[in-house]
Design a binder for this molecule. Structure first.
Ligand code: HEM
Length: 413
């Protein structure tokens, strides 16, 4: 059987240097079965899932498509490195379920609604700064500070450390680019091989987390750090490394992702004024536009799974050990689910929701309700203040094939 081969090297961050490579993904979606990417350097070849239906199948079957066997990124790492960096996102049920349960109650839609006043205050403060300057780098002034502020509040990280953590997460993402990182940055002495994203910032974040946990042991607070250090699984507390990996997952996942969607939002506000005008006059469309921003920006480009037992997907036979990469950024533009997918619309029938938060199943984004609320609050405040942009500059994308991030975006009001 001849196998369709990917028309671009999807390992390479350069393919994503101007955003999602929609033409490449359209070609791949049109192939029969899955598309193969041959080995690249030391990275073994992998299968790409680009259609919505297939992606949902993979996401919901953690037995056949494992997060715990192999890495969840395209490149492979050694077993000891996998163990050293593992957090719940790299595990399968039932261990995953036990870890997720420690904090899941803090992220239910009802619970999250309680954070609304604090989120609105953060949004408002950032827009004050932007408005008083008549514009600026939207990413630095608005998209970065809001999500990190919100997730740090929930975790219990003091305000004065937020900028330090922004720097660390930026450095973590740099590990998904093609430039080698300085191994000793932040005073790191751990072998980069053992660190998430091969980044010394991961070490610095672990050290920071451990110190904060020590402080909370002496002075417990109503925050997630206290919840994590007090939780018992099968009668045992999380170890120092387990806690640090959990902390890093939460900071990274709660921050970089929402930031990317908020960064893209500025471009949509400028490029699709009719959609925002419709919401201004009919606020019942707020949920629809929020999800359209999240679909259209597809902040996480992919996650990988590894096949545990021979199977067939979309007619393609898969063997145990095969890598399967779910391109959320491709499935969200599958016209079988989203007619005219490149139109930014507030009237999409969401019968088959987008997969920006994952295709469902055990790992579905824990922070989906929180992210929706943050983005909805930003849209509401922009509409209430009647913010419009006289100009929006050319976006500078983050060099990564994993997050659809924007580094810099100038706006003038
Ligand atoms: C627009 C914003 C966001 C996007 C696009 C996004 C996307 C995703 C995706 C694609 C996954 C993996 C789903 C899967 O494998 O099935 C995920 C998992 C996760 N997300 Fe989000 N996310 C966002 C915001 C957040 C926020 C604000 C938090 C805050 C806590 C968060 C926390 C997590 C966690 C902890 C996981 C791992 C869940 C698990 O393994 O059980 N995310 N997210």
């Amino acid at each position: 059987m001849s196998v369709p081969v990917a028309p671009a090297n999807l390992h390479d961050a350069a393919v994503f240097s101007t955003g999602i490579p929609h033409d490449v993904f359209a070609e791949m979606r049109a192939n029969d079965g899955l598309t193969w990417s041959p080995a690249f350097g030391e990275t073994a070849g992998f299968w790409s899932v680009t259609r919505h239906h297939d992606l949902v199948t993979v996401s919901r079957d953690t037995t056949t498509y494992s997060s715990g066997v192999g890495h969840i990124q395209i490149y492979d790492i050694d077993e000891d490195a996998l163990d050293a960096r593992a957090s719940m996102i790299d595990m399968d049920p039932p261990v995953h379920t036990r870890l997720r349960r420690i904090i899941s109650s803090a992220f239910t839609p009802r619970h999250v609604q309680g954070y609304q006043p604090a989120i609105r205050a953060r949004v408002s403060a950032c827009l004050d700064v932007l408005e008083s300057a008549g514009g600026g780098n939207w990413v630095d002034v608005v998209a970065k500070p809001i999500p990190i502020g919100v997730i740090c509040d929930l975790m219990g990280v003091p305000e004065e450390d937020h900028d330090f953590l922004i720097g660390l997460t930026d450095h973590l993402v740099a590990g998904t680019g093609s430039e080698p990182l300085e191994p000793t940055a932040y005073g790191n002495t751990t072998d980069l091989r053992l660190l998430p994203f091969n980044s010394p910032a991961a070490w610095a974040m672990s050290e920071y987390a451990a110190n904060l946990a020590d402080r909370r042991r002496d002075e417990p607070a109503d925050d997630l750090i206290t919840k994590l250090i007090s939780a018992e699984i099968d009668g045992e507390r999380l170890s120092r490394d387990e806690f640090a990996n959990f902390f890093r997952l939460m900071i990274f996942a709660g921050n970089e992702t929402t930031r990317s969607s908020m960064a893209h939002l500025a471009m949509y506000l400028h490029d699709f004024p009719d959609a925002f005008a419709a919401v201004r006059s009919d606020r019942s469309l707020l949920g629809a536009i929020t999800d359209e921003v999240i679909r259209y920006s597809s902040a996480i480009l992919y996650f990988r799974r590894t096949v545990t037992t021979a199977t067939t997907l979309s007619g393609t036979p898969l063997a145990a050990g095969d890598k399967v990469v779910m391109w959320y950024s491709a499935a969200n533009f599958d016209d079988a689910e989203f007619p005219n997918p490149h139109e930014f619309r507030v009237d999409r029938p969401m019968t088959s929701p987008h997969v920006a938060f994952g295709g469902g199943g055990a790992h579905f984004c824990l922070g989906a309700s929180l992210a929706r609320l943050e983005i909805a609050e930003l849209i509401t405040e922009l509409l209430d203040r009647n913010v419009t942009f006289a100009s929006v500059g050319k976006p500078e994308f983050v060099e990564s094939n994993f997050v659809n991030g924007i580094e810099h975006l100038d706006v003038t009001l």
